[in-house]
Design a protein around this ligand. Sequence first.
Ligand SMILES: Nc1ncnc2c1ncn2[C@@H]1O[C@H](COP(=O)(O)OP(=O)(O)OP(=O)(O)O)[C@@H](O)[C@H]1O
Length: 259
Amino acid sequence: MSTAVLKVDKLVKRFGGLTATDHACVSVGQGEIHALIGPNGAGKTTLIHQISGALHSDSGSIHFCGQDVTTLPMHERALLGLVRSYQITSIFGRLSVLDNIALAVQAVEGSSFRFWTSSRSDKERYAKAQAVAERVGLGQHLHRLANALSHGEQRQLEVGLALATRPKLLLLDEPMAGMGPDESERMVGLLQSLRGETTILLVEHDMDAVFRLADTISVLVFGKVIACGDAQHIKDNPEVKRAYLGDEAHPTGPAQEAA
Ligand SMILES: Nc1ncnc2c1ncn2[C@@H]1O[C@H](COP(=O)(O)OP(=O)(O)OP(=O)(O)O)[C@@H](O)[C@H]1O
């Protein structure tokens, strides 16, 4: 049995009278791809925000690699390796792919920005950045400006920026959002290639992608995790069918609706 990298226990977040996450429990094992699914407004993004530290929790606990991080601020969780994929807004559009990733490498090395750095450390940083760019399928675009990339390539770059920080757990909120079929396929391939190497917790509406990618799926409905298991277990679960997929629906039906 794999060790839990992340253990979320009875996590609650209230917005006034609304309980967005309601004693939610999620456990993510070392090396697994874990998907969080659920209907609109189920509390998925809220839960990701609570895990990353962007939102304070009202009650419950979050343990990361055995350490209680429930009250740690976001940057301290990130330093421990609990990293949320950068948003497109944090890509520097007027820098090249390579420069963007080199900055992320520099951030994790803890060296603050200096005008004079040794050419050797520069070389090493750029070699690491190039390896990451190749890892996320952007090896052909090293010197392109980030804002000249397609939407899908920018999302690949976001994953690259996160990977450059060597996360122990990568949080991805809808990595396939806004993508066409080819771009989605590339992202699925990229995430599949990270299996076993990087532990991933992702929120995704594209059921086809989820069923192909996830080792484990947790289903959130009205802030509660109503089911957890592999794709087949989730497809066969009567409560999931009733509450989320719909009684009449074919298990993969909503993929087309959500896409
Ligand atoms: N900052 C906020 N203030 C008030 N209510 C909020 C806030 N953020 C989220 N909510 C509410 O909390 C509930 C859960 O929202 P959340 O965005 O987490 O759901 P979700 O499962 O990610 O939805 P979607 O799939 O549509 O993105 C919703 O009813 C939402 O309106």
